[in-house]
Design a protein around this ligand. Structure first.
Ligand code: NAG
Ligand code: NAG
Ligand code: NAG
Length: 755
């Protein structure tokens, strides 16, 4: 110990001022690296390189001198011990002790200096019969090269993790806002409704409240509710759908984060020993960075794509929101995979042209990687809105098939790293398996004898509507307001493995009159939710739902309760369903799996005032909520208004009759706008049936929202849009305006199901 200490003192004294000492592991590694391609003649050349490296006293001396010369001694003992152990394990040779350099202490300048040209591996190997010290420029290059390379390795990992931090923050904000709005819902009850002749105390209270609610209402007006740009949100723009502003901002932040993290922290320099050219260093670092971040994004894609993830439940954001996240994370990951592939292709090309490139295609990790990128692109191509809409099943089958291929090829692509990067593959698979398992459990919960679920399909050509009736007496889970189900039809080969989400229309019950109440409690109805950008697109075009509804009420006296789905045939599954049921006259029994119910119930019961803006079969939504809103003890609803645009006069008459009891409630007000079957001028009151105003022509959404907001005053009000895209967009705009006009309690909900 004494010798070591005095030695250090001597060495530090002789060179300390000359060279700025480097610290850390990469200084030691840099010293070691400079000697990698130098041969020393004090070992037997017949022995393996490994043994000679551990055995050579010249080499050890050179290494130790380098350490003394250029590095601080912090961590050196540990580093040497590690190397020593490796040597002893692999070659049964111990490294010579450190104090062999004591002899050189006084005579450092006489030691031979090693130049980069001599030491680097790409030149002719030299053999030395003495110890040497890399000269400073050579050492610096080696140190910086290793330092940069290992820095990159760490930073790739850190930036990959940033994806998870980002989404953790987003989800945390979601959970917080949900909690806050729940708390607000509790608070506001106390000062509502506000009487006309309020006291000073109440006015003060109100001002306080209004000051507190200002930031939130500004947020609502400018960030949370509006469409991203101007007006369109539920309606598609050409082949694109654009999410609401709050989602677009989240997604934009995510994309920006990815761009930034793929563009920064590249310590390139000329003289890098691994890649002398700056461009080569950039290719390499950027390719690795994009590859790793792309890989890190994979589990997020699967997480956001599952049918019912816990996040939906925690944040209250619907499937549509997560579906948008799913798509954008997938797009970002795909672009990153493309950059990664192009980068590696370029690097291979650069170093060996076409010949080397074809050689690489025989390497398993290489061709699997290229395939993974190609199939990721294919998934994106097959998911464009237009194809999703027109050929939903092509989209679905391609999506699942290609996803499996991507997972498998990714697995073989990262296999070469001894499982280090598998940590992103397995979670993806796990999430997928878990989701599928839950789905199977849901099918079992609907009917334990799942193979024996039969539904009857009736097609009415005049209404162009298929009515599916599924007995649900076995169902373990009861439908809630806003529930929807996935249906897998099995009878026909064509039908196999296809499933679509459908909103429950209503539940029929047995003949007994006492069950009538049960019908009402569980009634809901609606349109085909799947394969459309917005389910309620369909509602406006559905012509005679009325007939289907009417016939159901007379023919549905089946002995056990059934779920009824009203389906408009458009394409693939639904049109085959129509043909199938049409060709065999009226009733056709189809074997199905039913998976459900799904869907979050919106907490409308916390609002004193609720306004539904409904198009066509979207009437399902208010009907499904109404019973709870009007009868539950927890409900605060004092005013429930429904503005309903419907084409068929008979449709609404039927609904009116089926739900007479509920509609008669004094809190309920229904405005029906019949758009086709009624002759007459716009806005003329055509008739009044059981207190329901029937008007010809389209409803004025802006006016309806404005009027309801005025009536609600400072109170909280929920506006729920359940209609075609245009109606939803009108409603969204009207709510933004109302909030801007000072009606801060107005909240907007959209009951649509985007794919
Ligand atoms: C390596 O280990 C041997 C045997 O344990 C020891 O004599 C030698 O000093 C060690 N060398 C270094 C550099 O620590
Ligand atoms: C190694 O080289 C040195 C100088 O070049 C020479 O003096 C010495 O004899 C050589 N040793 C062996 C073992 O060849
Ligand atoms: C989704 O899963 C959660 C549990 O993670 C469950 O509580 C919830 O009811 C499910 N929601 C739907 C719509 O199935």
């Amino acid at each position: 110990m004494r010798t070591k200490a005095s030695l250090l003192f001597v060495l530090a004294g002789s060179w300390g001022g000359v060279v700025a000492l480097r610290s850390g592991k990469y200084c030691f590694e840099g010293c070691s690296y400079t000697l990698n391609c130098v041969d020393f003649n004090d070992t037997n050349p017949a022995l393996s390189r490994k043994i000679r490296t551990c055995q050579s006293v010249f080499r050890a001396t050179s290494l130790y001198l380098c350490l003394e010369n250029y590095c601080t001694n912090e961590g050196r003992t540990e580093w040497l011990r590690g190397n020593n152990e490796t040597c002893q394990k692999k070659t049964k040779q111990a490294l010579p002790p450190y104090d062999i350099i004591a002899d050189y202490a006084g005579d450092m300048d006489a030691v031979r200096r090693l130049k980069a040209e001599e030491g680097m591996c790409d030149g002719a190997p030299i053999t030395l019969g003495e110890a040497t010290i890399p000269d400073e420029p050579y050492f610096e290059r080696a140190f910086r090269t290793l330092d940069a390379a290992f820095f990159e390795e760490d930073i790739h990992w850190l930036y990959a993790m940033a994806m998870y931090y980002f989404w953790a923050i987003v989800i945390a904000v979601g959970i917080c806002t949900r909690l806050i709005s729940l708390i607000r819902g509790l608070q506001h009850q106390e000062w509502l409704p506000v009487p006309d002749n309020e006291s000073n105390h109440e006015t003060a209270n109100r001002t306080k409240n209004s000051i507190r609610s200002l930031p939130y209402s500004l947020l609502k007006r400018h960030i949370i509710i509006p469409a991203t740009f101007g007006y369109r949100c539920s309606q598609n723009i050409h082949w694109c759908t654009i999410p609401p502003r709050i989602q677009s901002l989240t997604i934009a932040s995510f994309v920006l984060l990815n761009i930034v993290l793929c563009s920064i922290s590249y310590p390139v320099f000329s003289g890098n020993i691994f890649w002398p050219e700056i461009s080569a260093q950039l290719w390499r670092y950027v390719s690795d960075r994009t590859g790793i971040i792309s890989l890190a994004n994979l589990p997020l894609i699967w997480l956001f794509g599952t049918r019912n993830n816990t996040l939906i439940w925690l944040t209250g954001w619907g499937f549509g929101t997560y579906n948008n996240f799913h798509r954008w994370v997938a797009r970002v990951a795909t672009v990153q995979a493309v950059v990664h592939s192009i980068g590696y292709t370029e690097m291979v090309w650069e170093s060996g042209g076409w010949r080397l490139y074809t050689k690489y295609w025989y390497k398993r990790y290489f061709w699997n990687g290229e395939l993974a990128t190609i199939f990721m692109c294919a998934i994106c191509a097959f998911s464009v809105y237009g194809l999703r809409r027109s050929h939903y099943e092509v989209f679905l089958v391609a999506h699942i098939l290609f996803s499996i291929i991507v997972l498998i090829t990714m697995y073989y692509h990262v296999e070469i790293f001894n499982g280090e990067w598998n940590i992103f593959i397995w979670p993806s698979l796990l999430i997928w398996v878990f989701d599928r398992t839950l789905r199977v459990l849901r099918i079992l919960a609907f009917n334990p004898r799942f193979w024996n679920t039969k539904c009857s399909a009736t097609y009415d050509p005049s209404s162009n509507l298929v009515r599916l009736e599924v007995p649900c007496s076995q169902s373990f889970l009861r439908p809630k307001p806003g529930s929807y189900y996935y249906i897998y039809a099995l009878n026909n080969v064509l039908f196999a493995h296809q499933n679509h989400p459908f909103t429950l229309a209503y539940v029929t019950s047995s003949k007994n009159e006492e069950d009538m109440e049960d019908i009402h409690t569980r009634t809901s109805s609606s349109s085909h939710r799947s394969s459309r950008p917005s389910s309620h697109r369909t509602s406006s075009t559905t012509s005679t739902e009325s007939e289907a509804l009417l016939s159901s009420s007379s023919s549905s006296r089946s002995p056990s309760p059934s779920l009824v789905f009203l389906i408009r045939p458009y394409d693939g599954f639904t049109s085959r369903l129509a043909q199938n049921s049409a060709s065999t006259s009226t009733l056709k029994s189809i074997r199905v799996f039913i998976e459900g119910p799904y869907g979050e119930t919106v907490p409308l019961h916390t609002f004193p005032s609720v306004l539904f803006l409904v198009g066509g079969t979207g009437i399902a939504v208010p009907l499904s909520y109404m019973h709870k809103l009007l009868t539950s003890d927890q409900s605060r609803v004092a005013r429930l208004r429904i503005v309903w645009a419907v084409r068929e006069h008979a449709f609404f008459v039927d609904v009116l009759q089926r739900f007479r009891d509920l509609l008669k409630d004094e809190r309920v007000e229904v405005d029906v706008h019949v758009t086709r079957d009624v002759e007459g001028k716009d806005d003329a009151i055509v008739e009044e049936i059981e207190d329901v105003e029937v008007v010809a022509g389209r409803p004025n959404v802006d006016a309806a929202v404005d009027e309801a907001a005025q009536e609600a005053g400072r109170g909280r009000m929920a506006v729920v849009a359940c209609g075609p895209g245009q109606m939803a967009d009108d409603a969204r705009r009207a709510v933004v305006k109302a909030v801007g006009d000072g009606y801060r309690g107005v909240e907007y909900f959209e009951e649509s199901f985007k794919w």
